[in-house]
Design a binder for this molecule. Structure first.
Ligand SMILES: Nc1ncnc2c1ncn2[C@@H]1O[C@H](COP(=O)(O)OP(=O)(O)O)[C@@H](O)[C@H]1O
Ligand SMILES: [Mg+2]
Length: 347
């Protein structure tokens, strides 16, 4: 999020309801504030959702600021899809009096239609019409938005170009690759120029090349058209590359949240030694001496963390190079540290 500095001079103060933080008083006695440029466009407080005995979302709180990308990162079953559905009115939250949801000033529990007009949604499941061709799939949705005639055709052609699908305009959806179908679903979500794009697992199952292409397109939308993006993923790389803010979820709860680089720098040691063969632990640990490093992992994987690269190099001195990797810590390591489990573990 961006901030700007302002002194307490009424003529240049941002609107009174902007978030501000006092950061000091200047030598001439003027109060200096740090102002958030904008208010959140999505604000969620105490969100709960149960399906009979399954508690899918448990007391979730978060905010999304305009023109930013927020990624919900978590393993299968964490409650990501359920959270998205409650934001665009497809699922009803539990009736908890403390729950507050605002999406561009509207409560999706009361006004699903207004949210549909503002938001484009690419759901997790592929809900395209397989027997129709690419353009026909888009036309059906254009009709929903009351886009007709030349305006609809022009927008469809523009989106096909943007998503690099123009050559496939008359291909039946059944004949498209997985990556093309995902791109078509995103194009469809963009038809009515939404201010908010909700993408549930936009690149799951796609190869790295297509995944990168989609990341590039989403990044462009945010920077050039000012679209706010909310996405879910279980790929830490996707969250790291795209998001201004990451909400890590597990078992319906928010585990930790923050700007990707700061999440790592504030919460986990910079480097990790990953032992590829756990039976080598004794050789690494020199009679239980971990050189000040922190040990984590499970029966299949042993990891040693440290701020200091040399400490890890000393630990690895007596094992062969093919038996370990030393690398920078990532979001997967943070997830392991905070939940004791792996991000892509099957539940
Ligand atoms: N329609 C439903 N009926 C019953 N249980 C559901 C339904 N949708 C989701 N769940 C359950 O809620 C939990 C969270 O699911 P979901 O939000 O889909 O997680 P994620 O998207 O993070 O994989 C899971 O335990 C899932 O089985
Ligand atoms: Mg999901």
């Amino acid at each position: 999020m961006c901030f700007k500095l302002a002194v307490a001079c009424p003529s240049i103060l941002p609107e009174a309801n902007h978030r501000r933080e006092k950061i000091g008083v200047s030598s001439s006695g003027v109060h200096v504030y740090l102002y958030g440029m904008q208010n959140p466009v999505i604000s969620v407080e105490h969100l709960f959702k149960s399906y009979r005995k399954v508690r899918a979302v448990l007391d979730l709180n978060f905010e999304v600021f305009p023109r930013t990308c927020v990624a919900f990162l978590g393993p299968n079953g964490a409650g990501k899809t359920t959270t998205m559905k409650m934001l665009y009115g497809k699922a009803a939250p539990d009736g908890n009096p403390k729950t507050k949801i605002t999406v561009f000033g509207t409560d999706p529990r009361r006004d699903e239609l207004s949210i549909k007009a503002i938001a484009g949604v690419a759901p997790q499941e592929e809900n395209l019409d397989l027997e129709l061709n690419v353009v026909q799939n888009l036309r059906i949705f254009a009709n929903f938005y009351r886009m007709r005639g030349r305006a609809a055709t022009a927008r469809i052609e523009e989106l096909l170009r943007f998503m690099e699908l123009s050559e496939k305009r008359t291909a039946r959806v059944r004949e498209l690759s997985g990556g093309m179908k995902r791109r078509l679903i995103i194009a469809r979500a963009l038809l009515n120029r939404p201010r908010l794009l909700i993408l549930d697992e936009p690149t799951t199952g796609l190869d790295p090349q297509v995944r990168r292409l989609i990341w590039e397109k989403l990044h462009n939308l945010m920077k050039t058209e000012g679209v706010t993006i909310l996405l879910t993923t279980h790929y830490m790389e996707e969250a790291y590359q795209l998001a201004d803010n990451i909400v890590i979820m597990d078992k319906g709860r928010k585990v930790i949240e923050g700007e990707p680089r700061r999440l790592l720098s504030d919460n986990i040691e910079k480097y990790v030694l990953e032992l590829l063969d756990p039976s080598l632990q004794a050789r690494v640990e020199h009679n239980g001496n971990l050189n000040g490093c922190r040990k984590d992992g499970d029966a299949q994987r042993v990891l040693y963390y440290s701020e200091d690269l040399q400490s890890l190099e000393r630990l690895s001195a007596e094992i062969k190079q093919r038996d370990y990797i030393i690398r920078e810590s990532n979001l997967e390591d943070l997830f392991l540290q905070t939940t004791g489990r792996r991000l892509n573990e099957l539940q």
